[in-house]
Design a protein around this ligand. Structure first.
Ligand code: NAD
Length: 462
């Protein structure tokens, strides 16, 4: 048994970042993790492994479609699925070991096992009970399923199973056109699977800017993915290792079925809090299972805080990281702060999709006077040279003050380009501030500047 200033439960991006920051701020810190490796869902079965598969298959697509256009004549690439899996696993290993190194460097103790909280100020791990002046719950989330569908991680898989399929399926059905469905659907479509996405709503990626949604669906369709929108999935059955998914079309209530070798259920995630003992402690949760917190991430019990996917807000690793750093500062007597208005979101498909701030639809609904500056990557020399001219940058600014209210990018490196706008928004910048900033030529970033110029007197290259 040991005594700590703070014990963090969970070592995902929320938990491990919080632990490192607590230690850096002079607090005696431990982090509890029951998995064999640190890093939580993101590093082990989420962001990192999916990005490895996305990268590998994007390279495949590049070799198949663009190499010969650049005068690079190579034999048709062959996919070695087990070698690709090994590359993915190696990527995971390098990242999880990196966190272990950072814990040692910063003197964060890793308490191995699953934690429960027998009372405020105490954390039980295995048979040991440790004292903690403060506890931070960063227990993350898990895949949600649908009524009538049982995930066996072999034929009907969640994102976890989808990362380690035994073989590349011929026919894959993806339920849900959200981030996971489209990222993993892209991976298998590029590997040659016939991918059909069933989505309940009438658009892909709910909540994104409408113009981006339409353009994105068009581009993915061009890559061979099929979409059935307005389709409410009713259930799925397995026989002889194959699946049959039934769904109802909202437009005419007709019932349809579709066969698949693999079904990916990507209909959202739910907070994980089971086993922590929250009810007995008086730590309240919402009806969606999220832990209730105040503006400083304190739960309904003194000395217990919560961050990341197990509380309200977007389920994003970087949102959890920011909360982790902020709560560490609060515990160290400083002023932790997260600007929830400037949290980017990225879909790592090809092209990438990225957004920050408000969408045009939200501005209309809130009756905010706005203007739009848009620039197509067709007018960007670098994008043209790299066969990456699909997509656009769209900046939304206040019609009177010119203050940037949101940005939506579909195109090459969108997930990196968006941060220029994030920094601008953090500083309360006007579109003109971006437009007057010299951007190196030739870069993709020039498209962001051109969109900012389009909020004023006009873009140059369109
Ligand atoms: P999501 O909420 O993004 O999308 C789920 C989709 O499933 C929605 O479009 C919804 O309308 C649809 N759906 C729900 N019920 C349905 C039904 N019965 N029939 C047909 N469609 C149905 O969820 P996700 O893609 O599973 O992702 C989960 C979480 O993980 C999200 O919060 C996401 O932001 C996060 N995540 C982020 C990244 C990233 O940042 N790149 C990557 C992976 C996951």
């Amino acid at each position: 048994m040991a005594s700590y200033d703070v014990i963090i439960i969970g070592s995902g991006p929320g938990g491990y970042v919080c632990a490192i920051r607590c230690a850096q701020l002079g607090l005696k810190t431990a982090c509890v993790e029951g998995r064999e490796t640190l890093g939580g869902t993101c590093l082990n079965i989420g962001c990192i492994p999916s990005k490895a598969l996305l990268h590998a298959t994007e390279m495949l697509h590049e070799a198949e479609h663009n190499f010969s256009k650049m005068g690079l004549n190579v034999d048709a690439p062959k996919v070695d699925w087990s070698a690709m899996q090994a590359y993915k696993d190696d990527t995971i290993g390098q990242n999880t070991k990196g966190i272990e190194f950072l814990f040692k460097k910063n003197k964060v103790d890793w308490l191995k096992g699953w934690a429960s909280i027998p009372e405020a100020g105490k954390v039980k791990v295995g048979d040991e009970v440790h004292d903690a002046k403060n506890i931070v719950i960063a227990s993350g989330s898990d895949s949600a399923t649908l009524p009538g569908i049982e995930i066996d991680e072999e034929t009907i898989v969640s994102s976890t199973g989808a990362l380690s399929l035994k073989e590349i399926p011929k026919k894959m059905v993806v339920i849900g056109a959200g981030v996971i469905g489209l990222e993993m659907g892209s991976v298998y479509a590029r590997l040659g699977a016939e991918v059909t996405v069933l989505e309940y709503l009438d658009t892909v990626t709910p909540g994104m800017d409408g113009e981006v949604q339409k353009n994105f669906q068009k581009l993915l369709s061009k890559q061979g993915m099929k979409f059935v929108l307005g389709a409410a999935v009713q259930g799925a059955e397995i026989s002889d290792g194959k699946a049959k998914v039934s769904y109802k079309l909202k437009k005419d209530e007709s019932e349809e079925t579709i066969d698949a070798d693999i079904v990916l259920v990507a209909t959202g995630r739910k907070p994980v809090t089971k086993g922590l003992g929250l009810e007995d402690l008086g730590v309240e949760t919402t009806e969606r299972g999220q832990i209730k917190t105040d503006d400083h991430w304190k739960t309904t019990k003194d000395g217990i805080y919560a961050i990341g996917d197990c509380i309200a807000g977007p389920m994003l690793a970087h949102k959890a990281e920011d909360e982790g750093m902020a709560v560490a500062e609060v515990l160290a007597g400083k002023h932790g702060h997260v600007n929830y208005g400037v949290i980017p979101s990225v879909i790592y498909t090809h092209p990438e999709v990225a957004s920050v701030g408000r969408t045009e639809e939200q501005l209309k609904q809130d009756e905010v006077p706005y203007k739009v500056g848009k620039f197509s990557f067709m007018g960007n020399g670098r994008a043209k040279a790299n066969f990456a001219a699909d997509g656009f940058v769209k900046i939304l600014a206040h019609r009177e003050t010119d203050r940037i209210l949101g940005a939506h990018i579909i195109g090459p490196m969108a997930g990196d380009l968006i941060h220029e706008v994030c920094v601008a928004m953090e500083f309360g910048a006007a579109a003109e501030d971006l437009a007057l900033t010299c951007h190196a030529h030739p870069t993709y970033s020039e498209a962001v500047r051109e969109a900012a110029l389009a909020c004023g007197d006009g873009a140059i290259h369109s």
